[in-house]
Design a protein around this ligand. Structure first.
Ligand code: ZN
Length: 285
């Protein structure tokens, strides 16, 4: 028995009848699968009462078995470093960030950069909560891997099919960081180039799936200028909508940003509580 993830480069002689001739494909695990794998790796570890493996399975879309094993080990290391006898939910959340985004960096950005990152990430997070309530898992401005800050969204469920509305929401969330910078700070920055790449990728999916005003099209035969026009048109429309929402919620974004600069990161739950609190306070004023 043998395993590979590059069957395409194996010598065909290996796959001849009588040798490795039975092939079992193992896909990435779904939510149920991830839960079962987590249970195996967590079985011999002291878990705190607040750890919900089903919730962790929900937040680890796209993780392989190896990622999940790594995740439980990293959570245990975080607990150990704090001399905590139990691995708590907090340790697992930090381990998810580490496995997804890389090691936390010690480098502290300068104050202006930090403020900009906080406004940017708050833009993403607020639009995410407005479009898909309850979807933010973490928002942080402590740099990790290549990111200066990030918002991690919790997929409500593993999605196999995406609707146009879902894709438009994801585009709105992707461009919201840069729009928040533009409206609250008066200018954009280079920090958003990956967000735009992601937004354009999503717009292309809408066009290729026949969900744009071009109707059903063969993606290879659309002339470049038509494709470009359509991408711009869709992006502009969504941009206008997001701008309106951000302008309307400027004060709320400022409040969240101030709080984020003090605390550096929030869980999704803390963010939602803060939004509710600030909204109530503003109604009073
Ligand atoms: Zn961003």
């Amino acid at each position: 028995m043998a395993a590979t993830n590059r069957i395409d480069v194996l010598d065909p002689a290996l796959l001849r009848p009588g040798r490795f001739d039975r092939i079992v494909n193992v896909d990435l695990p779904d939510k149920e699968g991830r839960l079962s794998i987590l249970k195996i790796h967590a079985a011999n570890k002291p878990l705190g009462d607040d750890v919900d493996l089903a919730e962790i399975a929900g937040e680890t879309y796209g993780f392989s078995g190896a990622h999940l094993e790594n995740l439980t080990n990293e959570a245990a290391i975080f607990a150990l470093r704090e001399n905590s006898p139990l691995i708590t939910s907090k340790h697992f959340m930090e381990a998810i960030d580490k496995v997804m985004m890389g090691e936390k960096l010690d480098r502290k950005p300068v104050k202006e950069d930090l403020e900009r990152v906080a406004v940017h990430e708050t833009g993403h997070a607020l639009i995410a909560e407005i479009m898909n309530p309850g979807s933010v898992s973490t928002i942080t401005i402590s740099p990790r891997g290549k990111a200066l800050g990030y918002v991690r969204q919790n997929p409500a469920d593993d999605l196999y099919l995406q609707t146009k509305g879902y894709l438009e929401n994801q585009i709105s969330i992707a461009i919201a960081g840069s729009i928040a910078e533009e409206i609250l700070l008066g200018s954009k920055s280079t920090g958003a180039s990956n967000d735009f790449k992601q937004a354009i990728q999503l717009v292309k999916i809408i066009i290729e799936a026949g969900m744009s005003s071009l109707g059903v099209v063969d993606k290879d035969s659309i002339p470049d200028n038509i494709l470009h026009q359509e991408i711009t048109k869709i992006l502009r429309q969504i941009e206008e909508e997001v701008k309106k929402i951000i302008i309307k919620h400027q004060d709320l974004i400022k409040k969240i940003t101030e709080e984020l600069l003090i605390q550096e990161s929030f869980s999704g739950k803390e963010l939602r509580e803060l939004i509710v609190k600030e909204k109530a306070a503003c109604r009073a004023c």
